[in-house]
Design a protein around this ligand. Sequence first.
Ligand SMILES: [Zn+2]
Length: 110
Amino acid sequence: MKHRKWIYVQKPQEYGAKCDKCGGPNIEWSEWERMIWRYDCQVDTEGRESIFDGPIPVMATELLGMSLARLYFKDNTIRYPHLRKHKTIYTKVKPDYMAEYKLREKNEHI
Ligand SMILES: [Zn+2]
């Protein structure tokens, strides 16, 4: 297991994650990558039922009021996801999702 270099700014519960042992919501991001910490069970786990179980529609999550912004530990910055040629990159500047969406729509219809 590797130590995390970042965490999402929102709590795992806000993405629908639950403890996969007791089903409880009393969880936090683990110090380990891809894991959550379960307070009730006192153990790190992969969790279940979160949006990360499937492909993540970046713009859709933002429009639903859910943020995929990350807090990076090395420089204590918050970075936001952008779509670039079907890849997600993270920058310190918050994207304008509607402008990005319109641009994509326009480009896809050429
Ligand atoms: Zn539990």
